[in-house]
Structures are given as C-alpha cells and as structure tokens.
Design a protein around this ligand. Sequence first.
Ligand code: GLY
Length: 401
Amino acid sequence: MKLKFLPMLALAVTAVQCAPKTDLINDNVENAKIQLKSLVDASEAGDTVKIPSTFKDGEIVYVPTDDWVSGFFAGSLWYMYELTGDEYWAGHARKHTEILDSIQYLTWHHDIGFMVYDSYGNGLRLKGIDGYKDVIVNAARSLSTRFRPAAGVIQSWDADKGWQGERGWKCPVIIDNMMNLELLFKATEFSGDSTFAKIAVSHADKTMQNHYRPDYSTYHVVDYDPETGEVRGRYTAQGYSDDSAWARGQAWSLYGYTMVYRFTSDKKYLDQAEKVAGFLFNNPNMPEDLVPYWDFDCPDIPDTYRDASSAAIIASALYELSYHTGNALYKEKADKIIESLSSPAYRAAQGTNGGFILMHSVGSIPHGSSIDVPLNYADYYFLEALIRKGNIEKGMAPVTK
Ligand code: GLY
C-alpha cells in the first residue's frame, strides 16, 4: 500500500525520537573522509586552489568561481568539519571558501545565494570567522539588484545572452531561485536591513502563486514581464518538457518552502512544502528506492537516468520538514533515501569516482551536460542530510536558523 502524505494527518502524528542510528552515519563519514581528502589533494595540487564540480572521462572537472556550483565543495568541507570536529577540514574549507571572495559582487545571475551561503554561510555558522558576515550582506545586495519590483520576483537569468537569449524571455525565474532566499534572510539578520527579507518573502509568494500546477508539481521557468509583472509564459530549461516535473526542480521546491518556513514561521509555506511532498510520494513514477528519475514525466521511465542529486536534496529537506511538522513519516522517507544513496548502487567505491561520494546524478539532459555523473552538489546535500539525520536522532533540531 502506498503511504499517503495528507497534511491534516501529518499534524496529528508525533515524531518518534529513536536511538541514534549512528552506524550508517559513521560509515558514510569514514567513506567521505577518504573520498573528499583525495579531492582536496587534487584541487590544491597546483599553483591555485581549484573548484571540483564533477568527474568526466576519467578527469576531475573544475569550474571558475562565477559558476553556480562554485560554493558546494567549500560547503562540503565545512560539513566534514561539522561531522568530524577535525580542524583539517576547517582549514581546507576556509581555503576553498576564501577563493570565492570576488563573487560577493556578482550580479549577472541569481545563484550567488547558493554560492555564498554554502561556503561563507557555513563557515560563519561553524567558526564565526571575521568578515564573513560582510561578505553575506554584500552578496545579498548584489542579489537584490536582480529584484524586479513590478513582478515582485528576483530575475534568475539574464535574457539577452547565452542559450537563454534564444528563448525570447524577458524576466525568467526558475524554481531553483527559492534556494537563494536563505542568504537574504540571514543578511537581514546580520545587517538589520529588512529589505532583504522583504524581497525574499515577495519572491516566495509570487513563486507560490505562479510556479505551481494543481497537483503541486512545479514548472521550471516562469517568464515575467518586468514592466507589468504579468506572467508571459511557463517553460522548462532542464526538464523533459514545459509541462513535465523536472526532478531537481521539485527538490528545490520542497527544500525552498521548508526553509522559508524556518525563517518566517508562516504556516502557508509549510503547507506548500507538505503539498510538494505529497506530489513526490504519491507519484507512480517515484521508484521504490526513492531516488527519482531525472524527470517524473520522462516517457522512457524506467529506462532512463536517475538523479542522485535530487534524492539528496529531498532527503535533507524532509529531515527539516519532519521537525517542523512533527510528522515522523517524512523522516522515514528521508532515512530510506539515505539508505539507498549509501548503497553500492549510488555510493562510489573508495578510490573511484574522482573522489566524489555519490554516482548517478544528472546536470541537464536537454543541454547534454553532466549526465549520469557525480556532482559536487549531490555530495553537499548528502552530507547535509547526514548532519540533519544525526541531529534529529540525538533529539536536536536538524537545522538552526
Ligand atoms: N540550479 C541549477 C540546477 O539545479 O541544475
């Protein structure tokens, strides 16, 4: 029988405090130590510190600091510090964070929230390093330059260059953009300037209004008219089709609204996250092991790619959702995902996979990029999920504001 996630029922179920299942966590930490140490060695071997993003044709692929994934490796090293308490990881995390210094002024895309919060945000949280707060506030200022007041949203991509320039969009907003709001909430806390949090709330509200279908799956791209605020159209960029449910988009949607609830305590965001969870777990195309195919509506299912990155993001979000709702079923689902990702089907054998932890993620099939490979953000959210799982099992909040 399929488990149904009914929001009303969810409130009635109390989370069960279990004895810590530390074996699975410890086993993953021991494995990650070996894998990520080899990535640290490789990325720091030359004259400059490099940013590993994936592993392709037997080579580690490195990205420049302005790539949207540039903060995840630093973030993974901070999480290793959190998981182990070993200063080795903090030292390397700091090195990989501070090479990103210039991106606090980046204004040409929206991903600065991911990039700066995963790196500097975690460094600040764990070590309170001088100057990191300023970087976060500067980054929030940069991100805020992309706010379009008439539409009430942050513009994700510029519409006049690259492949996006060929789509005829004016103000494309992608569901992924929900993830950048964490940086804005923290910037208000650090600076006392409420503008950042107001932008975050406006973006979350408009996205809730315009990005969702009746079944609570989300479109990938909504294009707005920045002058009038009207929706010009709804599309995909990385999914199977405009009307399909691209897996990572659904993962960002679940995580995004759970996180916005953390900062606002406004129940409408928690309800939204629960409805997204309902879509995911009642979907007939969600596999038994809960590692989604890259798009829930890909007609080739089951003969198509899984996306371990989506699974890791969903697991991390579900741990937080279980805490806010008191619904132990969400934790059970998250635990199942972590068990799947920890199995040899997804977790690479030590000394393989270029040093990345997880195999079988998908960057973008329509763009033909990073298909069935490790991705640094799959590892980042996997480690984050392990931390959240451990915290809950110790009777603590999975994540603090
Ligand atoms: N934010 C880009 C992606 O999820 O691929």
